[in-house]
Design a protein around this ligand. Structure first.
Ligand code: ADP
Length: 707
């Protein structure tokens, strides 16, 4: 499924290349969902606000809080007044000129919502820009909302995604078992060959099959199965073509003897704060030839092994059906109903799928944040983003879900090509696609309705818990199908087909956010806007500011470490000759420093200890800045040196202003337009009295707001 191009039309099916022997494999994936099952829906206790602290606050702090409240309520009243005035007149404007194959479904949704569509674009600004491919489709708006995140398309490419998951697997091996063990070709070919050899030596009953997928491929293009690492070399000139080789799930769950996968739609509604919704229903795409475990005799049978709709639609066995319960493309709910009748625990399946989705997105978030600050720099005009993602999931025989890939541009076509008479093809509507996709687009629009956003801002006050409360209220209101606040008509909407899973389940996953905290350190020291790579001076200053150098780690060895890791990653990423350290390289440096500093594994604890230490140093430094003025040497090195080109307000919103990980999730700033990344970390909306720190209260973003 495509990341580079929008998933769309079927291509002629490529033959799978022949391989050798036949065997099965499943052992690595036994734990699918890993630990930490989600509680059953409804059992999730709402997070209760801790009681207010009785600790007296310094006078300056109380004054700052009081003026914050005053100003926020003034804005709130003003906002509500304006909102009321607008209510009767304003209709949400959607620019669909770049929607491509989603246009048909989008049009239906806009009509249902009684919004206004601009199919050829609009000279004036629109509220929502619907892009068919990427954030960069045409000129990026300076305001409004775009349905793509910068960098998402790059991040879900097979190699980048495998790398992001690998980082998580290194830290949390049990939690990330849902993604098949993968190696990147050609660079990890030797690793792949060695690991397979060793595994086979240790367990002679292990007879794996591997699937090789070209990095830029989509719709099953160029995919083939192999039994042995040597087959990679024999089959293609992979030393010049980047690809991922992955363990093949040879025992999938079958229905009617056919292999099938699940296309699940996930809405990443916001990155700052992280908000994830999962569609309550998805699509199941069936193979069109009865499944047999892989063997050299059937390796080439695409209709048996690959579930891609774009391939199977060319099979003579493909069944177009108007019924969601039958045919080669069905609703996921119809599959679950079938499984439930057979006695399977479908609630557990859902719970594992939700866990998988949240964990996969957490793996993507760090890099997405780096892209975000590069393409939508804090303090500069720019849109906010949301995105519908397509998760391709396979259920194993033991009902554990396995993630095959994430699609940045899941097909939103609601019609399909059909041969109406010999040799004559026509687009005919597809009821199954329409049922699922129209609901997803429409409810996505309902969730990103600018009126809700404004209300969210206007209703909130920067007192404790207001952000969470406001959000909860809105979500609940939406879930109850309340009327569109701007339409002025009382419409009885059906409940949303999208279910919020994050921040709802934040608590179970917050420990995974360690990688995001590393990304925030990286962003803080990135410095020059527009760059995604950390220079040698930035890295040195990071080491110095966080007080990481010691007798064991001289600055000379820091320089060597930087050169070594940065150069290697630039070669790996095909950016030979380029300078600077990318986020992945920085992560590697952090892992290295953590292992060096804290001797006893596991890696996760070593890294956590190091990140805590760095954050502590930065917090202490920031407190010092605000207590002793802005012109100290520390400040120059901490902020001024590394954010030289940023306007004052931007520096003020440095994401590293506060690093309390527990406070990070769920927060959005009322003081920066667009809720850019930085302020979500500062957490001004969520200032809890007992945890108030001077760094938060007197943070420049607050000060300048009132100046
Ligand atoms: P593409 O983007 O080219 O569609 P995918 O990763 O989605 O590539 O793989 C295509 C199909 O191959 C999937 O829909 C699935 O049926 C099958 N497949 C991919 N990876 C695996 C795997 N690890 N185990 C079993 N089947 C797989």
């Amino acid at each position: 499924m495509s990341q580079q191009v929008e998933e769309s039309e079927p291509e002629p099916s490529p033959e799978l290349s022949p391989g050798r022997r036949h065997t099965g494999l499943e052992r690595w994936c036994g734990g699918g969902g890993g630990g930490g099952r989600l509680p059953a829906a409804g059992a999730q206790a709402k997070e209760k606000p801790p009681p207010p602290s009785s600790l007296p606050l310094p006078l300056a702090v109380r004054r700052a809080l009081a003026s914050l409240n005053k100003e926020a309520s003034r804005r709130s009243e003003e906002g509500s007044r304006q909102g009321r005035q607008r209510k009767s007149k304003r209709v949400v404007a959607v620019d669909s000129s770049k929607a491509k194959t989603s246009s048909e479904a989008l049009k239906i949704c806009i009509q249902q919502l009684k919004w206004k569509e601009f199919p050829t674009g609009r000279r004036l600004l629109c509220d929502i820009y619907w892009h068919g491919v990427s954030f960069h489709d045409g000129e990026v708006s300076r305001s409004g909302q775009v349905n793509k995140f910068p960098g998402m398309m790059e991040m879900v490419r097979k190699i980048n995604f495998s790398r992001a998951v690998r980082t998580m697997q290194e830290l949390f091996p049990d939690e990330y078992k849902f993604y098949p063990r993968s190696w990147i070709l050609p660079e990890e070919y030797q690793n792949f060959a060695d690991q397979v050899r060793v595994s086979k030596e240790n367990d002679s009953s292990w007879k794996p099959t591997f699937i090789v997928k070209p990095d830029g491929g989509s719709q099953g293009d160029g995919i083939y199965l192999i039994k042995d690492s040597n087959d990679v070399r024999m089959l293609a000139n992979l030393h010049s073509k980047p690809a991922v080789v992955q363990e093949y799930i040879s025992k999938p769950l079958l229905i009617d003897k056919l292999k099938f996968d699940i296309r699940l739609y996930v809405l990443l509604k916001s990155l700052y704060p992280l908000e994830i919704y999962i569609a309550k229903d998805g699509l199941s795409r069936f193979c069109t030839e009865p499944y047999q475990e892989p063997s050299s005799k059937n390796f080439h049978r695409v209709f048996m092994h690959l579930t891609n709709y774009s391939l199977n639609v060319h099979s003579g066995n493909f069944i177009h059906s108007d019924n969601v319960n039958t045919g080669s493309k069905r609703t996921f709910s119809s599959i679950l109903a079938k499984l439930s009748v057979r006695g399977y625990d479908v609630k557990k399946v859902w719970s594992d799928i939700i866990t998988l989705v949240i964990r996969a997105i957490i793996a993507l978030v760090p890099e997405l944040k780096v892209y975000h600050q590069t393409y939508i720099p804090p303090g500069k005009p720019g849109p906010t983003c949301f995105q519908i993602l397509g998760f391709d999931i396979l259920l194993m025989k033991n009902m554990k879900p396995v993630l095959l890939e994430v699609n940045a541009n899941p097909s939103m076509r609601i019609e399909h090509e059909q041969e109406v008479s010999p040799g004559v093809f026509e687009y005919v509507s597809s009821p199954v696609d329409e049922e699922i996709k129209v609901a997803i687009i429409r409810d996505t629009l309902r969730l990103v309705d600018p009126a809700l956003k404004k209300n969210n801002h206007n209703q909130s006050h920067p007192t404790e818990y207001s952000a969470e409360h406001a959000r909860e209220e809105i979500i609940e209101a939406e879930a109850q199908g309340m009327a569109d606040p701007l339409s002025g008509t009382e419409q009885n909407w059906s409940p949303l087909c999208l279910k919020q899973v994050y921040p709802k389940y934040t608590r179970q996953f917050s420990y995974l956010l360690i990688v995001e905290r590393i990304a925030l350190l990286f962003i803080r020291f990135l410095g020059i806007k527009g760059t995604m790579k950390l220079g040698p001076t930035g890295f040195r200053t990071f080491i110095r500011t966080c007080k990481l150098s010691s007798t064991n780690l001289s600055m000379a060895s820091v320089d060597i470490l930087y050169i070594d890791i940065a150069r290697r990653w630039n070669i790996i990423r095909g950016e030979r000759g380029e300078s600077g350290m990318c986020l992945q390289a920085f992560m590697e440096a952090i892992f290295h420093l953590a292992q060096r500093r804290y001797k006893s594994p596991p890696l996760r604890e070593q890294v956590e200890a190091l990140v805590n230490f760095c954050e502590y140093q930065l917090e202490a430094l920031d407190e010092k800045h605000f207590l002793y003025g802005r012109a100290t040497t520390d400040q120059r090195s901490g902020f001024a040196m590394h954010q030289p080109e940023r306007p004052r307000s931007v520096t003020a919103c440095s994401p590293a202003a506060s690093f309390n990980p527990k406070r990070r999730a769920n927060l959005g700033c009322r003081f920066c337009r667009n809720s850019h990344q930085c302020c979500s970390v500062i957490g001004l909306n969520d200032v809890r009295p007992q945890r108030v720190k001077l760094t938060q209260i007197l943070h420049p973003s607050v000060m300048w707001y009132f100046m």
